[in-house]
Design a protein around this ligand. Sequence first.
Ligand code: NDP
Length: 406
Amino acid sequence: MIGAGGVATVAAFKIAQNADVFTDFMIASRRKAKCDKIVEAIHKAGYTMDIKTAQVDADDVEQLKALFSSYQPELVINLALPYQDLTIMDACLACGVNYLDTANYEPKDEAHFEYSWQWAYKDRFEQAGLTAILGCGFDPGVSGVYTAYAAKHHFDEMHYLDIVDCNAGDHHHAFATNFNPEINIREITQKGLYYKDGQWIETGPLEFHKPLTYPNIGPRESYLLHHEELESLVKNYPTIKQARFWMTFGEQYLKHLEVIQNIGMSRIDEIEYEAPLADGSGTAKVKIVPLQFLKAVLPNPQDLGENYEGETSIGCRIRGVKDGKEHTYYVYNNCKHQEAYKETGMQGVSYTTGVPAMIGAMMFLKGIWRKPGVWNVEDFDPDPFMEQLNKQGLPWHEVFDGDLEL
Ligand code: NDP
């Protein structure tokens, strides 16, 4: 596994809980000390798995190749940042290693994500006889598995798809992001996009919103965002006429986000800054990226768990046709931040991403999700994954023919 952040911590706990499938395990990240800390926490919780750790800069293909050649993993679970997807895929190809991630590639200097960069590796993975599983967190990830499950069991044709993501938790900070702040703010401040009748329709950032009612939570203002799984889902299910993604934000969060943008702190280009040297001997002109600097002063998402109350609710609302009749279907999971924290020391957003990453890896290692090429999760059989969601801490619920509010 590469990365030692919140999502990686959860995935590591879940791997340690499934030692019958994961017989050898290494955590490698930019800072080895963070990997060692995860191992320490896992052992303290009573799991005895022998876990190796290593330092690696995943921006550097040569370093990755050296690590893969010495450890010889069967599969790399990429839980670093989206910037590293392509270097890790390159190293996998060079060393004959299979690949899984939770977020699609994004260049550092452009807040723009799409699958084309990673889909371009399809032939090379196929020829090498290697499997790459893309986007195996919750959304993307479980959202695609839910959609595949709906298509397999409940619809002949799906026409409308809304992925709805609510975080009704309270971490008691004025402003904090639930996963990597840089990636999170880049995602939210870009233009919205949704799919309708074969076209992609662009909206202003957070332009469209309305209250949606979430199970056990109630109504929450929900904002239309562009989200990566829409790109693969409309391609894989061509009967879909409209596909959208909604996420909730509180007023307080949006107020801070607006200020951050207005004062230029969400900029991703470099600016020059005259900075005092650490030894006090003078100053030097340095280049900083405001958003990266902001990350350094914001609360660390990994430290939010302890005081986090409330729960998340993420699901798919689908309208379509079965046996000539129109039906609706809503499949979702609610996850309580405190329960996630008690089990893994991390909050619910890391939990809902790390658990599916482990399940995807399990599907691969058991030989159930294994075929040469580059795939999205809905390209595989959803049933064994859905079964594991219930066993591994993310149980799902269904509502048939309810009001989808959409
Ligand atoms: P964090 O920032 O907490 O963790 C990222 C980890 O990657 C850190 O340990 C970091 O090192 C390490 N890292 C960064 N750059 C490098 C590098 N060049 N070489 C080696 N290691 C590196 O992020 P999260 O855990 O919150 O998120 C992890 C991933 O999960 C992200 O890609 C995010 O987009 C994705 N995600 C997906 C979701 C989904 O539902 N599909 C939802 C939430 C997140 P260091 O600790 O030294 O900074």
